[in-house]
Design a protein around this ligand. Structure first.
Ligand SMILES: [Fe+2]
Length: 129
């Protein structure tokens, strides 16, 4: 039974566009978990990871632009965290299919932990007025 991650109002950053992006990220993580649990490993570790990479590139740029507009000093550290996530996901994406299949559950857990913790512990305090 898939445990679905639901976006909650307490995760709101106060910036509508960023909240909408975060809901989409929750949805992509849920699709990933659902696909893995249904044995669609290749779909999860190729198409869904591609979608996630595209989406986080777009979304992280949006957050970084917003931080830059607000002149926030934490921008550089925040960018570093974003780069780290992108690097990890691209590394997973570029593994051989067999290798990915062997660690697919760990990839899912990594994505959940990283993204959900990042949203709650880093993005919310950064943007909430
Ligand atoms: Fe962020």
């Amino acid at each position: 039974m898939t445990i679905l991650y639901e976006w909650k109002p307490e995760y709101s950053t106060g910036v509508d566009a960023i909240d909408e992006d975060h809901k989409m990220i929750f949805s992509l993580i849920n699709q990933f978990k659902h696909s893995v649990e249904n044995g669609e490993h290749e779909f999860a570790s190729s198409e869904l990871l591609d979608k996630l990479i595209d989406y986080v590139n777009f979304h992280f740029a949006r957050e970084e632009n917003k931080m830059s507009e607000r002149g926030l000093a934490s921008l550089t550290d925040h960018q570093y965290l974003h780069e780290d996530l992108k690097f990890q996901v691209i590394a997973f994406r570029s593994m051989e299919e067999q290798e990915k299949a062997a660690i697919i559950g760990e990839i899912g857990s990594f994505l959940e932990d990283w993204l959900i913790n990042h949203i709650i512990k880093v993005d919310v305090p950064t943007f909430r007025p």
